[in-house]
Design a binder for this molecule. Structure first.
Ligand code: NAD
Length: 420
């Protein structure tokens, strides 16, 4: 079936990935469309009054991909290029990711087409609250649970939790994850995605027998995920030699001073104007020779033009969908680049979001050490499963991860049966 609702290159990319994995699994044709096509989508109009008195309307989206294994779960993105097709693709990937790491969730994603940096704090609060207000009939701690993604953060989650709680008349921390600690957030959640990316990069570096103290890393995107991955890798002894954000990149063969970069971003909201290395463009950054290359910003940055030229031993996909299908074909022919695929590589975020949800529902809270110990145990276990699947199906690591996740969703649907 060709979707008439979700039309975008990213959605097509997610569908192609699904088809490849479903073929590998020899999935029953009677199940395929049911597993692949998102269950439901919402589009909402969010009018807000700007500080100037002008009224502006923003379009918001939410896609809940499947409802067969529990509530849906997924981030909320504020970015000018957000559209329904992109949100649907991200929701599909969330489904495979949750199933891969064994969480009782379907995938979801939401977004608003807006540049959050163009809004004042006041305007951002109005927009966040308005979006949640419009979504109230479709979300809930047992229905759909949001979390931060690109352009959103703990503060946005706090406003959303407050808006929902005011509506139902009591405090509902489990309505969102990635909240501030003081509102029922989890220890370790803020750093979870980047920490997981770094943990897996370390694990694969060790498999390749590359000493951590001699390894280098380059990171595209210096937001929540990219910066936390950089800090965790530095802790492991890996040298960060390149970073970038939307304003461009920096290369320093002697090592990036992360503390100085973070202080600059804290003050100026971006790396623009920082002086910590040679300036490079985002395109050039991806081609720097290093041991670990981490795309941690947008989708589709590794494509057929640069896939043959990247010079890393490990491509650790912190962003969702950073590698196009055409690039995958090229990289599959290169035995010098090991890909840690997105749905596995960045799963630390949703794993600790799940821990946060469980802690909120039980009103009992774990230490950071406990959270990270449990996170690393799930990542180790999933890695073993992915490597076994890769050997069993004689396929790429991406296909192995996708097929494990997709198979579990398909099994849940088969077991529940088709409602007449
Ligand atoms: P963020 O908003 O905190 O940071 C995004 C970073 O990317 C910023 O530094 C921004 O300047 C940079 N960026 C934006 N456009 C860019 C461009 N064109 N070129 C280079 N850099 C650009 O977002 P985040 O939460 O760190 O998310 C980053 C990626 O990780 C996204 O793909 C997101 O879906 C994925 N992810 C996030 C989480 C999470 O827990 N936050 C979990 C899983 C996956």
């Amino acid at each position: 079936m060709e979707s008439t609702i979700y039309q975008s290159d990213i959605f097509k990319m997610a569908c192609t990935q699904f088809d490849l994995a479903a073929n590998l699994l020899e999935m029953d044709p009677r199940l395929r469309e049911r597993v692949k096509v998102p269950k439901r989508c919402m589009t909402v109009a969010c009018p807000i009054e700007l500080d100037s008195g002008e009224v502006v309307l923003f379009e918001g989206f939410r896609v809940q991909h499947h409802l067969s294994m529990g509530p849906t779960k997924g981030g909320l993105r504020f970015h000018p290029q957000v559209n329904l097709g992109e949100v649907a693709a991200l929701a599909m990937w969330m489904s495979w990711k949750c199933a891969l790491v064994g969480l009782p969730y379907g995938g979801a994603k939401g977004g608003i087409a807006v540049d959050p940096h163009s809004l004042s704090v006041n305007e951002l609060e109005h927009l966040s609250r308005r979006y949640m207000q419009e979504m109230i009939p479709f979300v809930g701690p047992n229905t759909d649970v949001m979390a931060p993604d690109m352009g959103t953060n703990e503060q946005v989650m706090a406003w959303m939790m407050d808006t929902y709680s005011n509506h139902v008349g009591n405090t509902v921390p489990a309505i969102v994850t990635g909240k501030p600690l003081g509102l029922g957030g989890s220890e370790g959640r803020k750093e979870a995605t980047g920490n997981g990316v770094a943990y897996l990069a370390k694990s694969y570096l060790q498999d390749l027998k590359i000493p951590l103290s001699q390894a280098t890393a380059v990171i595209q995107g210096f937001g929540n995920v990219g910066a936390e991955a950089a800090l965790a890798l530095e802790q492991y002894g890996v040298e960060i030699i390149g970073i970038s954000d939307v304003s461009g990149g920096f290369f320093n063969s002697k090592g990036i001073n992360l503390k100085s970069a973070l202080t600059h971003v804290g003050k100026h909201r971006s790396l623009a104007g920082w002086r910590g290395g040679d300036r490079v463009s985002n395109e050039e950054l991806l081609l720097i020779s290093c041991d670990v290359l981490i795309p941690a910003a947008l989708e589709r940055v590794i494509d057929e033009k640069n896939a043959g030229k990247i010079q890393c031993r490990i491509l650790a996909e912190a962003a969702n969908g950073p590698t196009t299908n055409a690039a995958d074909v090229i990289l599959a022919q290169r035995d010098d680049v090991l890909i840690v695929p997105d749905i596995f590589c960045n799963s630390g975020g949703v794993i600790v979001s799940y821990f946060e949800w469980v802690q909120d529902l039980q009103s009992t809270f774990w230490t950071r050490e406990e959270v990270l110990r449990r996170l690393h145990a799930i990542l180790d276990n999933t890695k073993a499963q992915v490597e076994t699947q890769k050997s069993k199906l004689n396929c790429t690591r991406r296909e192995a991860a996708l097929s494990l996740g997709i198979h579990r969703v398909a099994e849940a649907k088969r077991l529940r049966g088709l409602f007449p």
